[in-house]
Design a protein around this ligand. Structure first.
Ligand code: URA
Length: 194
């Protein structure tokens, strides 16, 4: 069986060549990179955000802008090193002007996320925001539990292949101290299940 690193490289090559994506032209026109994911290939925790922002598309690295700084601080607050987790997004290319991803964009990129989960086999999946939450719950046997993120965040679910913790998106906490405190509490929950 091929090792995780070469399987992940295959995903990268396929996404780089994904000219059928509605976001491909925007990527090329702006000299952006697709953002595949980053971190440990044997991580216990996988974080799944929404889609790359401008900083991410310019560098090819997930969560490297302001929301990334919030994520880094949250990880540090519970003593988890970013190099020990894997961080990715459901949509691998930047949507125009940071708009929400469209259902057809989620459909085209989600199979790559499924493969990343299959390769890395995290013990815990933590979604950041509503779009990845809805996808993961519907895809991994938690469809009956789907509800508003305001009631689901910080709860621990048993999905088919991993424990699952929905979290608010760190970008939502940039100007909202209350949400930041909520995320800090939810990261303690996350730490307690690994
Ligand atoms: N927001 C996301 O959802 N993902 C990133 O990589 C950066 C910001």
């Amino acid at each position: 069986m091929a090792d995780a690193t070469s399987e992940l490289k295959k995903i990268k090559d396929e996404v780089v060549a994904l000219s059928s994506s509605p976001l491909y032209r925007y990527r090329i026109e702006n000299k952006y990179f697709p953002v595949i994911g980053e971190g440990s290939h044997s991580a216990d925790i996988m974080f799944i955000g929404e889609a790359p922002g401008e900083n991410e598309a310019k560098t090819g690295r997930p969560f490297c802008g302001r929301a990334g700084k919030v994520l880094d601080d949250l990880l540090a607050s519970v003593g988890i090193e970013r190099k020990d987790v894997y961080v990715t997004n459901i949509v691998k290319d930047r949507p125009q002007g940071n708009r929400d991803p469209l259902p057809e964009e989620i459909s085209i990129y989600a199979p790559f996320l499924d493969r990343q989960i299959e390769i890395i086999k995290p013990k815990v999946v933590a979604t950041l925001g509503r779009f990845s939450m809805v996808y993961i719950m519907n895809r991994y046997g938690l469809e009956w539990e789907v509800g508003p993120i305001s009631t689901l965040h910080g709860k621990v679910f048993e999905a088919n292949q991993f424990k699952y913790v929905p979290l608010y998106h760190p970008a939502a906490a940039i100007y909202n101290q209350h949400l930041l405190s909520t995320l800090q509490e939810d990261f303690k929950v996350l730490k307690s299940v690994v």
